[in-house]
Design a protein around this ligand. Sequence first.
Ligand SMILES: Cc1cc2nc3c(=O)[nH]c(=O)nc-3n(C[C@H](O)[C@H](O)[C@H](O)COP(=O)(O)OP(=O)(O)OC[C@H]3O[C@@H](n4cnc5c(N)ncnc54)[C@H](O)[C@@H]3O)c2cc1C
Ligand code: SF4
Length: 503
Amino acid sequence: MPDPNGFLRYPRRMPARRPVPVRISDWREVYPPAGEELIREQATRCMDCGIPFCHSDTAGCPLGNRIPDWNDLVRTGNWDAAVESLHATNNFPEFTGRLCPAPCEAACVLGIAGGQPVTIKQVEVEIADAAARGGLLPRPAPTSSGRSVAVVGSGPAGLAAAQQLARAGHAVTVYERDDAIGGLLRYGIPDFKLEKRHIDARLTQLAAEGVVFRTGVNVGVDVTAEQLRAQHDAVLLACGALQGRDTDTRGRQLRGVHQAMAHLVAANRVVAAAGEGRPALATLPDGTPIDAAGKHVVIIGGGDTAADCLGTAHRQGAAGVHQLDLYPIPPRTRDEARDPWPTWPWVLREYPAHEEGGERVFAVAVEEFVDDGTGAVRAVRIVEVTVEKRDGQRILTTVPGTERELPADLVLLAIGFEGTEEQPLLAQFGVARNARGAVESQVDWQTGAEGVFVAGDMHRGASLIVWAIAEGRAAAAAIHSYLGGTGILPAPVHPAAQPLAAR
Ligand SMILES: Cc1cc2nc3c(=O)[nH]c(=O)nc-3n(C[C@H](O)[C@H](O)[C@H](O)COP(=O)(O)OP(=O)(O)OC[C@H]3O[C@@H](n4cnc5c(N)ncnc54)[C@H](O)[C@@H]3O)c2cc1C
Ligand code: SF4
């Protein structure tokens, strides 16, 4: 029986972040461990609601995490059972606990009318870390099914599917074109949000469960679809949605104007190299430097990628950073008329990177990247705008007389993704991108090609880790059934964690 008054006795409290001057001088995570006393106190705030919207199948956790159960297990200090309960629905809570925007907290009953939701995500990460401290015990399948599956892409979707299928007795090989496993978790998301030791610990567990990893293999180039299909009974495509959106704004071709991902991947590779004692410079694959040190940086975009560029630029020693957003500044609290509880609200999201410096500029559009006369960018000319939606179309109106220039030696485009990349693998497997750049599936996660399944960002478009894990689990269950596996693999029931065709 949970404590019915916990939330009246304790306010919502998060662990203190590491001080800004300290954390921007390294790449380690922003949050230190919370400590047992704080986390048990915060778990005590959970009421174990009769209808726990935090894990409801409409608004809350896409994985159906058993949040009230493990909150109570933490409250009573029953850590082993909490670890079990959390892993029953989530393969990688150490990733979601650190990185999820937490739709569960937006849906928590304690958040009604501007209240303070349970710190669900923080409780999750503490349980995940308790599991890791004890060593992530492998759970190899007792018997082999004699069937084999190729997973193409090693992001959270591919890895979740791989673990589920290996535990069901199938022989799983994960193919990754990059030099390390992890997808966007590895070289997209910076270490100050997710230290890579968490990925490595999980990979050790997966390997011990029989998953084989093959890095440096670009499927469709180094190995053909035909070869892969000949070697495996089923294929899961989990190649992400890495086609960065671009712009044709005047001056786009200037030196110093780059896709955000070019900057992040280069920076994250430097951090990885330093961890292995290899000094390196942040450069593009062709050797062009792309480091923010001493530069005036302008980041265009307002999401996760933009915030990650901001934190990275400060750690590299940028002279100054502006982050531009087309839309007006959102309200700080939920607008009940527009986004009633428990839906996901449009509110100002302030990431830890925002308290580290830089200036956010809202309701502006870029008119031109300004040439310094040598073919390099020296400024960004912006203008204030209003944005309206008419007949589903976005209409921008500029405010006359508001043009101004921001100094810029490095411009980073973090304006979203246009689905999965066009690459040889698609035609070889006989699958195509739809108008949104996604690869569709039938209701059983199978693409139009027999035995070829799809999951994660490649299927739903650029999204979140929690959805990638949910889709990886769901696709694994479908593959297991396709292979004639005995029993049913657990899969999320959230309506949006279904193939697009089933919604
Ligand atoms: C900068 C950034 C920050 C983000 N921050 C957050 C966050 O804080 N919280 C959150 O929830 N989400 C965040 N996201 C989104 C999240 O990372 C993605 O939704 C998630 O990683 C998608 O998982 P996935 O497995 O579908 O694909 P990905 O993680 O994109 O992995 C796809 C993998 O497939 C590989 N691949 C592609 N083609 C081939 C091929 N032909 N052969 C072999 N391998 C191939 C790629 O190299 C890649 O490793 C962020 C995204 C970005 C870009
Ligand atoms: S909605 Fe909030 S208070 Fe209710 S069970 Fe979930 S976490 Fe606990």
